[in-house]
Design a protein. Structure first.
Length: 165
């Protein structure tokens, strides 16, 4: 599957393996001062495969690029999407990986999107603060407490068209 990574969650995790390697994940969290707290209401993560880890260590940046990924898996421990390697430059994304906070359209609920066009990866919340990571089809929508947003796709990029109420 080919996924355009628009944005990632704010919580980074890593584990040093006995063999000397490192596993790296990204998920949602809530920023409090200089720290990011894990506040998962629905746990999920983006795992970085070997080539993605090399790319991350080299450039420090993964977003705004297209990746070959696994399918979104659902296990007892949560949901997982693995980034394997950058997709060829001419690859067209099937889906878009986005992380949003309550600042986009207000607080979201678990029914704030169409499940036929959007899959939830991770949902973190604490008081009125939220961060949600989603896998979306082009032109999928979100409906929040203060407005709605449509994921507008064009060429090799995407962004939000927001309507406030």
């Amino acid at each position: 599957m080919v996924v355009f990574v628009h944005s990632l969650g704010s919580l980074w995790q890593q584990k040093v393996l006995p063999s000397g390697g490192v596993r790296v994940w990204n998920t949602t969290g809530i920023r409090q001062g200089t720290r990011v707290r894990p506040c998962a209401q629905v746990f999920g993560q983006v795992k970085f495969g070997a080539k993605a880890r090399v790319e991350l260590s080299r450039s420090g940046e993964i977003s705004r690029t297209t990746w070959v990924t696994s399918q979104l898996e659902e296990t007892k421990g949560g949901r997982k999407l693995t980034l394997h390697a950058r997709a060829p430059r001419n690859a067209t994304a099937d889906l878009y990986l986005v992380a949003v906070t309550e600042e986009l359209v207000g607080e979201l609920q678990l029914d704030s999107w169409d499940p036929s066009t959007t899959a939830l990866i991770s949902f973190s919340g604490w008081r009125s603060r939220q961060e949600v990571m989603l896998l979306m089809r082009p032109f999928a929508w979100l409906r929040g407490a203060t407005g709605s947003a449509v994921l507008s796709v064009g060429g090799v990029n995407c962004d939000w068209n927001v309507t406030r109420w």
